[in-house]
Design a protein around this ligand. Structure first.
Ligand code: GLA
Ligand code: GLA
Length: 670
């Protein structure tokens, strides 16, 4: 489906957020209309938590209130992103269907009283979800306010109930074909775990010690597939009545319960929620990380920032406000990377209920507040960027990202608790971000030939096909950096024998790892080049590669730690340990120089973020964000859409969106 249909309908990029008018009264609704106009809101997500109102008892629908809000918003010039309310079943539902409440791995069944109290594998829940999605679509499928469908809200909850167990068995039969194959895959020959009938198999519930890793990994795969099936049912029920695009807002957390590549293929428009977990420039880097992931899950196409915390930064056990200007800077960080707008959670800060203290576009203090003034300024800025609709960012470098590899690292019994999936990914992205590059994430089995450099920070699990793909990428001229504890197991979690990593990768890297040697927590030792390492080391041998740095401690003294291998027409680099930040950034810089990867807009100092959006017709724009405390001259003056004037410098903390000058040789295709 052509996502231009959303921006065409809006007449530009989207600006707005979750709107829950059922918390308020007519006087506030009137004020909302006026304030939304002032803030240039053109899209409101309605109905996310409205199940109890819309279906007050099983099968009886009450749409009058929703009719009134949709008509009012339409009259106020605000389009609607209409949500199905299935993320929060009302009390009547769970009382009627207690078997649809989720069960934890320890067997505890949750109760209602919060939200997300459902099991996607429970037939009663699935039926109820399909029914209400269809009822909403039938009623509002061509409502003039309707611009987008928002199925559910952040599919995240996990369940280990008997419905889930039954569905898991069906999934396992399809995946493994026979019990013999399953027993082989899961290594049940060990610990007397052999299954002799499908009915014996359970979800990986709490047990005495390590759970079977194959069972745990398959359960993660199954759960993602089951959740995707639940999404598809709602999507298809909607499509039967409506031609508007359908999405579900994907959470971009540091943990993982869904295969977001698969979701990216099933939605009409990828939409994501982003909440930063550190203040200042780290928040900007985090926004870039999630935005680059979102574009990648969208296959490089434009996508949508569906939610972000208006004035919220989650830091440890407290919630901090954003720094002045961050609402605009963070919004632009997403738009720069292909978001078709910037939406927030939520429009008006709740005065009661579970999220009373979550920041919003209109805070408790009301419109006479710093937050609302910044929201309005951001709305005005986004309104000036309409010509960016339909364009997207491109990258010359990629970081490999695979749900299976992520899930695989969650199994019990790995050799170090410091082995992590998302941390190394964020670190690799950060080093590339610091170098001024836009980054794609790529699945390890896809064609990588368009990338000058590819980083593999965390691929503990690597299929034969992926290992061969990486070998070919290097042979054909690519520059690949593989990091420690990668390529260790296949898709069944069976260890690679004869030395790590998987054979085709060993060939490309010109090394063979013989032994893993985790360092003690907090231990730091030096490499021969003066860099500091922590957490991990490996005993490895070069088989054609040159050693760029060696270990200096203990048994490994003099043995290679960092290697580089000329293979075919490319280079395979291997880093067998965890480098300190500065040395890691320097290593990535070296690699980028060798690979010829450079920022699209050269000449800017570190600390100034610059991303280019390209339209299919050849036009492009540079989105610039100055994270420094000082003004920065631009390499050349340009026309800035935000001020509609020529700019030659960026003030401290300032932003600009420059129309790129099209060179004759870059003219759009006829
Ligand atoms: C104990 C058990 C073994 C094995 C080892 C190593 O000694 O008896 O079966 O699990 O620990 O973990
Ligand atoms: C998520 C949810 C929202 C809200 C926000 C803020 O993104 O989708 O409903 O709860 O978090 O906490």
């Amino acid at each position: 489906m052509d996502v231009r249909r959303l921006t065409d309908r809006l007449g530009g990029l989207a600006f707005g957020g979750d709107y829950n008018p059922e918390q308020w009264d007519a006087e506030v609704w009137k004020q909302d209309d006026e304030l939304m106009r002032r803030a240039r809101v053109n899209l409101a997500t309605v109905g996310v938590f409205s199940w109890a109102l819309t279906e007050p008892e099983e099968g009886r629908y009450a749409f009058d209130w929703l009719d009134a809000h949709l008509d009012r918003l339409h009259a106020a010039g605000v389009a609607v992103d209409l949500a199905t309310p299935t993320a929060s079943p009302p009390p009547w539902f769970t009382l009627a269907h207690p078997d649809a409440l989720p069960v934890g791995p320890d067997g505890t069944r949750l109760t209602h009283g919060s939200r997300d109290t459902y099991c996607v594998a429970a037939p009663a829940y699935r039926l109820a979800a399909r029914r209400i999605a269809a009822a909403l679509a039938e009623r509002y499928g061509d409502h003039p306010a309707l611009a987008l469908w928002h199925v559910h809200n952040e599919y995240v909850s996990l369940c280990h109930c008997d419905h889930a167990a039954a569905a898991f068995r069906v999934w396992l039969r399809a995946r493994h074909g026979s019990l013999d194959a399953l027993n082989q895959a899961w290594g049940t020959a060990f610990w007397s775990q052999r299954y002799t009938s499908w009915e014996q198999i359970l979800p990986p519930r709490r047990s005495q010690w390590h759970r079977n890793p194959g069972q745990a990994l398959d359960y993660s795969r199954f759960w993602s597939d089951e959740t995707l099936a639940a999404y598809r049912e709602q999507r298809d029920a909607i499509r039967a009545h409506s031609d508007r695009p359908v999405t579900t807002n994907l959470m971009m957390p540091g943990y993982q319960s869904l295969d977001l590549w698969a979701f990216g293929r099933e939605v009409d428009l990828v939409s994501v929620d982003h909440y930063p977990t550190a203040p200042g420039v780290d928040a900007a880097a985090h926004a870039a990380f999630d935005a680059d992931r979102a574009r990648s899950f969208a296959g490089g196409a434009p996508w949508l920032l569906m939610e972000s915390g208006t004035n919220t930064v989650y830091v440890g056990d407290r919630v901090l406000p954003k720094e002045p200007g961050d609402i605009l800077r963070h919004s632009l960080a997403h738009i720069a990377r292909g978001s078709e707008g910037a939406l927030f959670f939520q429009w008006r800060q709740s005065k009661a209920g579970a999220e009373t203290w979550h920041s919003s576009m209109v805070p408790h203090a009301g419109p006479d507040s710093r937050t609302f003034r910044e929201v309005t300024a951001t709305g005005e800025a986004v309104a000036r960027l309409g010509e960016l609709a339909g364009s997207t960012a491109r990258a010359e470098v990629a970081v490999l990202h695979d749900s299976d590899a992520w899930w695989a690292m969650n199994v019990d019994g790995l050799p170090s608790a410091e082995l992590d999936y998302i941390g190394p990914l964020r670190r690799a992205h950060r080093a590339l971000w610091d170098a001024g590059l836009t980054v794609d994430f790529a699945h390890p089995e896809r064609d990588l030939s368009r990338y000058r450099a590819v980083l593999a920070p965390a691929l503990f699990l690597l299929t034969d096909a992926a290992a061969e793909n990486l070998r070919r990428y290097v042979a054909d001229g690519g520059t690949l950096l593989v990091q420690h504890f990668n390529g260790i197991v296949d898709e069944r979690l069976h260890a690679r024998l004869g030395g790590y990593p998987a054979a085709p990768l060993r060939e490309a890297l010109g090394i063979r790892v013989e032994e893993h040697r985790p360092l003690a927590r907090g231990e730091e030792v030096a490499l021969s080049d003066g860099s500091t390492i922590s957490s991990w080391s490996e005993s490895l041998r070069t088989e054609g590669a040159e050693a760029l740095a060696a270990y200096t401690h203990g048994l490994l003294a003099g043995r290679p730690a960092l290697t580089r291998h000329a293979f075919g027409s490319g280079h395979g680099w291997y880093l067998s340990t965890r480098l300190d930040d500065a040395s890691y950034t320097a290593l990535v810089g070296r690699l980028l120089t060798e690979a010829g990867a450079a920022p699209e807009l050269p000449g800017l100092p570190a600390g100034v973020e610059a991303v280019t959006r390209h339209a299919p017709d050849g036009r492009s724009w540079h989105v610039l964000i100055n994270h420094l405390d000082e003004a920065v001259p631009l390499p050349q003056p340009g026309h800035d859409l935000l001020t509609d004037g020529t700019v030659s410098r960026l003030p401290a903390g300032g932003c600009a969106v420059l129309r790129a000058i099209v060179n004759a040789h870059q003219a759009p295709p006829a």
